[in-house]
Write a protein that binds this ligand. Structure first.
Ligand code: CA
Length: 262
């Protein structure tokens, strides 16, 4: 615990200063992370460790303050504790998504109940880690959930009337723009890249959550349902098919502008 004590002694006032109103020190990677965590020693460990890993870090010690900062600044990712005063992590996640903030969210929690994890993912979290966690793994996961936003490529995938633009991070079905979370977008991108073919469950999970995903199999089904509610529910013809026991596939649909197929 000595390093914790040192941090506390050296930066005893840092907790207050860094909660939302200090310009953070610039990290090397150029990536900006917001950490929302009420346990101050954990918050300080995260702030220090992420800074040393090259991130620029801002912090908040309750859900209300964190939400305010998240709405007013742009971040590459948010590390979000679930048990928080004022607004818990679930409420912060839900409010961010309701207000169209699609910043990647990594939930950090002492709880590892599948229900909590599913609930967090259902509310739009991109990944989660349970405490205690290893710092290198946290950094790897932050890099993983921010990668789709950082990658610049040719970008445009067309599958029938569905268009996915991985550079602008936009998707549309016909003339209808689809408002997707990061994980929904990653899932749709993976399906669209192999449209007309079955994509295995494990390949989809890796697409969305990276190699060796810790999420249970149920998380993929939750995510597919969320994606269907946006891509398929408003339309008579359903594009996302289940290949029982194997995975999912995006059915190729002829473009509507060319007239209906018989
Ligand atoms: Ca907490």
């Amino acid at each position: 615990m000595s390093h914790l004590t040192n941090l506390c002694c050296n930066e005893a006032t840092g907790y207050v200063r860094t909660i939302g109103n200090e310009l953070p020190r610039q990290g090397d990677s150029g990536m900006r992370i917001l950490v929302i965590e009420d346990e101050l020693r954990m918050l300080e460990l995260l702030r220090q460790g992420l800074y040393e890993s090259g991130f620029t870090v801002m912090t908040a010690a309750d859900g209300e303050a964190g939400l305010g900062i998240a709405m007013n600044y742009d971040f590459d990712a948010i590390v979000l504790d679930i048990g928080l005063p004022k607004r818990d992590g679930f409420e912060v996640a839900r409010t961010l998504r309701e207000r169209k903030r699609n910043t990647p969210l990594l939930m950090l929690t002492a709880r590892d109940a599948e229900d909590d994890i599913i609930r967090g993912l259902d509310l739009g979290a991109d990944d989660y880690m349970t405490k205690p966690f290893s710092f290198p793994e946290l950094v790897a996961r932050l890099q993983s959930i921010t990668r789709p936003l950082r990658e610049e490529g040719s970008g445009r995938i067309e599958a029938g009337e569905l268009v996915v633009d991985t550079v602008r991070h936009q998707a549309a079905r016909g003339q209808v723009a689809l408002d997707l979370t990061r994980t929904e977008f990653a899932l749709l991108t993976c399906l669209a890249r192999s449209s007309g073919q079955c994509v295995s469950r494990s390949a989809l999970m890796e697409c969305v959550w990276g190699p060796n995903p810790e999420v249970g199999a149920g998380a993929l089904d939750v995510l597919v349902n969320a994606l269907r509610s946006k891509v398929d529910a408003p339309f008579p013809r359903k594009l996302i098919g289940t290949v029982r026991g194997r995975g999912y596939m995006l059915k190729i649909e002829p473009k509507a502008s060319g007239g209906r197929q018989p």
